[in-house]
Design a protein around this ligand. Sequence first.
Ligand SMILES: [Zn+2]
Ligand SMILES: [Zn+2]
Ligand SMILES: [Zn+2]
Length: 312
Amino acid sequence: RTLTAHCLCLLSHITFTLPPTPLPQQAHLCHCSVCRYTHGTLFTTHERIQRPDVDLSTFKAYKCTERWTIYFCGRCGSHVLDRLDVRGWGGKDGAGEEEVEWYIALGVVDQEGGGKGNGKVDGVWQFTKHIFVSSTQDGGLAFFLTRIGNSNVRLWNSRPIDDPAVGTGELQMQLEVKCHCTSIHFPISRPSPQSKFQGKHCACRSCRFATSTPVASWVYVPTSSLSLPANLLFNSNSKPPSLGPGFGTLQTYTSSPGVTRSFCSTCGACVAVVRDEEKGVVQVAAGLFRAKGVRAEEWVEWGRDVGGLEDG
Ligand SMILES: [Zn+2]
Ligand SMILES: [Zn+2]
Ligand SMILES: [Zn+2]
């Protein structure tokens, strides 16, 4: 079966073929820190595809580990493809002599090509497992998404991941936000140790294609909690003359009139969304928060609902 996938801005797209195994294929929700810090979400979903015949000229590549390269749109930042070097692994998953495996981000797969579809793909993948849950310290969204469609989603922890990045950016009054390549990093601060920001999960089409993940998680941070460079950057479409440390790689994309999304142009992580109609608030990507648990509940009061389901 052949499917298409495209980024949010439609510049970067691919056609790909599924491996020859029966449908639906089992799919995973990955909670590892590489996924979280390169997407800005609390989890991601990627599944194996056959080697795609694709023009990668509109994509940017980012090598997130020695063997793992991700490809995201150079204009809007959507992650589309992952490439895994499996040389010397002796045919992982029956891959035989293949030396490279390709994975597609399920959040950008579209049943109808050309950006006409709503991102729904029926009968191809069934979510059966949460993986690398132990990396989240608090379970992340794994305990929230226990049932998807008609199937229960099991937990799989693997070995506990001792992740030095988790929790190190947390002080009583200040929390660090940082992408995977660490080029984007800035603090958010709160007026008192008890005060919390509002958090919301969103499954709308734009969030889905921007983050390449079925559910995006945003924290609504008042601009008064951002220091000056962040405040300036997220609230104007033009970059100030000097970006300074912490923002040198920030790139913006206007996803619809009055909605500006920003991402790291090195690793592709979604960083923030600013809506002209919501003055004084910046939606910051929760996946980049460096709190002790990925839900950062010392800092965030999460809404119970997932928004945007009608068009996601
Ligand atoms: Zn794009
Ligand atoms: Zn992962
Ligand atoms: Zn980055």
